[in-house]
Design a protein around this ligand. Structure first.
Ligand SMILES: Nc1nc2c(ncn2[C@@H]2O[C@H](COP(=O)(O)OP(=O)(O)OP(=O)(O)O)[C@@H](O)[C@H]2O)c(=O)[nH]1
Ligand SMILES: [Mg+2]
Length: 246
């Protein structure tokens, strides 16, 4: 199955080459036909230029946007830019927090009938390394607020692969950071699989998660709950959610 993974970047020059090389290695080792789409928002540190140059050696293309327009909108624009014959579309952070080694399992899940594969910190075998307590609590509160929407455990995951057809006709809200929640709440994916991985704190560069993004998350949740209450979204317990046992 051909797929495209979008990596949104803002000032990630310190790690982007290593990440693209690592992804390419994982694709090759597993015989996967994956495309990497870097969506760069005119990073001051030259991330976009580096990504362009990497295109000569790796299966990567860079979409350049004029300024910092947000993570979710970057992923949505990246999916529109992806090669049209990719049957699956995904998202992944540029800072090595997401473990590329589980991508083959995600692809395999989609090939075997799941519509969505989510990299999950909150199923057996998953976890978080090097996060301060405050960050862990924020994450758990964010997840608790979205809990009534879905049986999935890692609702705020930004690391996933979804069948392209599951997104057809779905209006994704480009606000903020949580594109995974948009997909989980709105897409027509049927069965979902949570694939465990251990989230690792960023290895280079600076965090872009700030107070504004927390406010954006609350706005996003309010809009999703409003749609749900008006009966404009499928009810939470659609299809079957399974978690892979390591
Ligand atoms: N294109 C684009 N990418 C963004 C934007 N904001 C964040 N990103 C990227 O989205 C990914 C996630 O952002 P992070 O800063 O790692 O957010 P986080 O993982 O919640 O927080 P830390 O890992 O603690 O920094 C990274 O690859 C960022 O470079 C944006 O406005 N535009
Ligand atoms: Mg990060």
């Amino acid at each position: 199955m051909k797929f495209s993974v979008v990596v949104p970047t803002y000032n990630e020059a310190g790690g982007i080459e290593r990440l693209v090389a690592h992804l390419d290695g994982v694709f090759r080792a597993n015989g996967l036909d994956g495309e990497i789409i870097v969506v760069d928002d005119n990073s001051l540190d030259g991330t976009g230029r580096i990504a362009d140059e990497l295109g000569a050696r790796y299966p990567v293309r860079c979409l350049h946007r004029p300024g910092k327009l947000g993570l979710s909108s970057g992923v949505i624009d990246g999916w529109a830019f992806a090669r049209p014959d990719s049957e699956a579309l995904g998202a992944m952070d540029a800072d090595f927090s997401h473990d590329a080694e589980i991508i083959p399992k995600m692809v395999q899940a989609l090939e075997s009938g799941y519509g969505l594969a989510v990299g999950s910190r909150y199923v057996r075998g998953g976890g978080i390394r090097n996060w301060p307590l405050r960050r862990k609590i924020t994450s758990l509160v964010a997840i608790a607020l979205a809990k009534p929407l879905t049986p999935l455990r890692d609702i705020t995951s930004g690391f996933f692969l979804v069948r392209r057809s599951a997104l057809e006709g779905v209006a994704l809200d480009p606000i903020g950071f949580k594109i995974g929640l948009e997909v989980i709440a709105k897409a027509h994916y049927g069965r979902a699989l949570e694939v465990p991985y251990v989230f690792t704190d960023r290895i280079a560069g600076e965090s872009k998660l700030n107070q504004r993004e927390i406010v954006n998350y609350l706005k996003q949740l309010r809009r999703i709950y409003a749609l749900r209450l008006r009966g404009m979204l499928p009810s939470g317990m659609r299809g079957k959610v399974t978690s892979e046992t390591p």
